[in-house]
Design a protein around this ligand. Structure first.
Ligand SMILES: Cc1cc2nc3c(=O)[nH]c(=O)nc-3n(C[C@H](O)[C@H](O)[C@H](O)COP(=O)(O)OP(=O)(O)OC[C@H]3O[C@@H](n4cnc5c(N)ncnc54)[C@H](O)[C@@H]3O)c2cc1C
Length: 391
């Protein structure tokens, strides 16, 4: 592939939302960019429930080409079936067809001028003075590509940051194991609301979801459990749970498995000539496992900072650290808070989850932390021990 026979200012590894947004930003800024993806088709295989809170702020129109549904909020179900409806004013999100959405983002980067190599796997990085030699395998042949900056956007199984000496390896329980069927004939409470099911038997250390997608819905769950597999939880959720009635006529059209790294951001997301983005950097909510928006936003920031550093002819970590300052300013507190909430939720028994749902009431419009904790303290003082550190 001729793309692998050239040298570049920036090589981006991984054409997920993070990598494609980073490549779009560098290419748009006139920086010579190569985006490398190991799959033979960008967007495949899908490992996602495909819900995203916002895309317009990236200058992307919610086109019917990839938007399958508009989402107005969520319904949370406690283990005994107490419902809490969560909305954020008039805010809307989307369920997208990620196969198409991810490819759309890569095409956008390509149209901005990025070169793209598919079915190409980065297998190593070697420092060569101020440059990186990126070692890539394509159809059994090895290629060495010289570049000034590498952006590691290689997802949950990231190796690239480690190749560059950053600490990015995730331990097994840092990762929420997920299994999901995309199904048709799912009965929904509301075709524009996502459904979330909690309970230690439903999904230990995580939750189950039903995200409506139009003619289909993503029915899945994520767990953190050494003893029982996500797929076994999922079969039980379908056969024997609060949701079973609504799933009795449902049948799958796709099966997806994957991991979500839910232990918060990695220690350091930059070094000389390298930036780490998206799931690879732990930029994903430890509570919900939502990472598409964060990967896109942080990818864009990484692309902008990389472009500036190329233009100033200095891609040392002193310049690249601006990326970490920017993404932390916008997202760090949110990620740390979500990590705290997750740690609290996974301590609660099913009775306590029911009590929490009672305390929250039927409707939550926006989740203001102070209001939320105050409600819990007044309505269910027995839960105070878990939530008092949040005040
Ligand atoms: C079951 C499940 C459901 C989820 N549901 C949602 C949801 O509803 N909403 C949401 O916001 N988030 C969801 N997530 C999380 C979301 O999928 C990720 O946070 C998001 O995809 C992160 O984007 P990324 O660009 O960082 O990484 P990815 O999308 O994982 O992209 C990384 C890319 O790098 C490629 N790659 C890896 N290694 C190499 C290599 N060595 N060389 C070349 N290419 C490489 C991979 O093939 C992949 O294409 C879910 C995750 C799972 C597992």
């Amino acid at each position: 592939m001729r793309e692998l026979k050239d040298s570049y200012d920036v090589v981006v590894v991984g054409a997920g939302p993070g990598g494609s947004m980073a490549s779009y930003a560098t290419a748009k800024n006139g920086v010579k960019t190569l985006l490398i993806e190991k799959s033979q088709e960008i967007g495949e295989p899908v490992r996602c429930a495909e819900a995203i809170p916002s895309i317009e702020e990236f200058g992307i129109k919610p086109s019917p080409e990839f938007v399958r549904n508009i989402i107005k909020g969520g319904i949370l179900f406690s283990p005994s079936g107490k419902k809490v409806v969560v909305t954020q004013g008039k805010a809307q999100g989307f369920v997208v067809e990620r196969k198409i959405f991810d490819k759309y983002l890569a095409v956008r980067a390509g149209r901005a001028g990025a070169k793209i190599a598919v079915k190409s796997t980065v297998v190593g990085l070697e420092r060569d003075g101020d440059y990186w030699n990126v070692i890539v395998e394509f159809l059994g042949e090895e290629y060495v590509i010289k570049t000034k900056i590498v952006i590691a956007a290689d997802g949950v199984e990231s190796n690239v940051a480690e190749y560059a000496g950053l600490k990015a390896k995730k331990k097994p329980l840092d990762i929420c194991s997920c299994a999901e069927y995309e199904m048709t004939n799912v009965e929904l409470f509301d075709k524009n609301m996502m459904e979330f099911y909690f309970g230690n038997d439903v999904a230990k250390g995580g939750y189950a979801w039903i995200f409506p997608k139009g003619e289909t819905a993503n029915v899945g769950l994520g767990v953190r459990d050494k003893k029982k597999k996500a797929i076994d939880y999922l079969e039980e959720f379908i056969e024997n749970s609060l949701a079973s009635d609504k799933l009795k006529n449902a049948t799958p059209v796709e099966f997806k498995v994957g991991g979500a790294p839910v232990s918060g951001p990695i220690e350091k997301t930059y070094a000389d000539g390298i930036l780490v983005v998206g799931d690879a950097a732990g930029q994903i909510s430890p509570l919900t496992g939502g990472g598409i928006y964060l990967a896109m936003d942080c990818g864009l920031m990484a692309g902008e900072v990389a472009s500036k550093s190329i233009k100033s002819n200095n891609w040392s970590e002193d310049v690249l650290k601006e990326y970490e300052r920017l993404w932390k300013e916008k997202h760090y507190e949110y990620l740390l808070n979500h990590l705290k909430y997750r740690k609290i939720l996974e301590k609660l028994s099913d009775d306590e989850l029911d009590a929490l749902a009672e305390a929250l009431g039927d409707n939550l419009d926006g989740i203001d932390l102070k209001k939320f904790v105050k409600r819990i303290i007044t309505k269910k003082p027995s839960l105070l021990k878990y939530f008092k550190d949040l005040i």
